[in-house]
Design a protein around this ligand. Structure first.
Ligand code: PD2
Ligand code: ZN
Length: 296
């Protein structure tokens, strides 16, 4: 039996290549910009094909399966969570860094989006069964309670954990269709998805879109929804990302302090009146620049 004698350097190189291609944790931590397609500029939206491996998708589903609860939505005024026909899926949250696979996905998201891990919320996993949907909405909030932690949501990464036979597309009904996107839509898109720019769920793909313009104003074209699932089942995982740290604990004690280093400057620019909810607060919530707004 002939034996193969390799130069020691070549030997090492072959072992490294083997680890690189076989180990899921290695191969999954790489972000490859050539796999990203821009689907719209208004809003800024991109699809990364094969962002998650099969194993990553299956792992997230297995963590979520036994803990699903009927999904809620946030009340626009109070920010309180409530059940609604707007969103009929079931869901749960996976704590950040729950295990090495979850941490690896979070790392990959921050590399792709150029946004720090600490700005992200816990990952939300959703399951949509036949007929279940998420009506068009914005991912940014208008209530001070939800803006308080980490500021506005700037971006969303929506990861598809399963294929869906029919329906379940994510649709942007107000997106501006540029001539480049006027190419005929595939006929396997549901009627709901024909009403805008749509992304068909494909296991492992991820959609990134921005809810704020680069100047930090909210982008009304980022309106988006999950079309009803018509055949099969849809699993998705959402990472909402804020403009600031979501992990930092903010002291809401009654003491008179500004809670943002820019308060003084904003107050001088008239934001205490122009942006009263955030700066001063409401009857229910304290604002973030009470000192600079001379309330205390
Ligand atoms: O699962 C979806 O397609 C979807 C659609 C719209 C998810 C969200 N929004 C979300 O999690 O914000
Ligand atoms: Zn959404």
């Amino acid at each position: 039996m002939p034996t193969l004698h390799l130069h020691p350097h070549l030997h090492l190189l072959l072992i490294s290549l083997l680890i690189f291609f076989v180990s899921p944790s290695f191969s999954s931590s790489i972000v490859n910009p050539s796999k990203v397609k821009q689907i719209s500029w208004k809003p800024r939206a991109f699809v990364y094909e094969g962002f998650l491996t099969e194993q990553e998708c299956d792992h997230i589903i297995s963590l979520a399966k036994s803990e699903l609860k009927r999904s809620a939505v946030a009340d626009n005024v109070s920010g309180e969570s409530k059940l609604s026909e707007v969103r009929t899926s079931s869901g749960m949250f996976i704590p950040k860094n729950k295990d090495p696979i979850v941490a690896g996905i979070e790392e990959k998201i921050s590399t792709w989006t150029f946004l720090p891990k600490e700005n992200g919320e816990d990952m939300q996993v959703l399951r949509y069964e036949h007929g279940q949907k998420y009506e068009p909405h914005f991912d940014y909030f208008s209530d001070p309670a939800n803006i308080a932690r980490g500021g506005h949501r700037i971006a969303t990464v929506l990861m598809y954990l399963s294929d869906v036979e029919k329906g379940g597309e994510t649709v942007f009904p107000s997106a501006e269709e540029t001539s480049r996107h006027k190419t005929p839509k595939p006929d396997d898109l549901s009627e709901c998805a024909q009403k805008g720019i749509a992304v068909k769920p494909k296991k492992g793909d991820a959609l990134l879109f921005f809810s704020l313009y680069p100047n930090a104003n909210t982008d009304v074209m980022s309106l988006h929804g999950g079309c009803p699932v018509l055949q099969g089942e849809k699993w998705s995982a959402t990472k909402w990302i804020h403009v600031d740290s979501f992990d930092k604990i903010v002291d809401h004690g009654g003491n008179c302090r500004d809670m943002n280093e820019n308060c003084e400057r904003w107050a001088a620019l008239g934001e205490c009146t122009n942006n009263k909810e955030y700066m001063v607060g409401t009857n229910e919530y304290q604002g973030y620049c009470r000192h600079s707004c001379k309330l205390c």
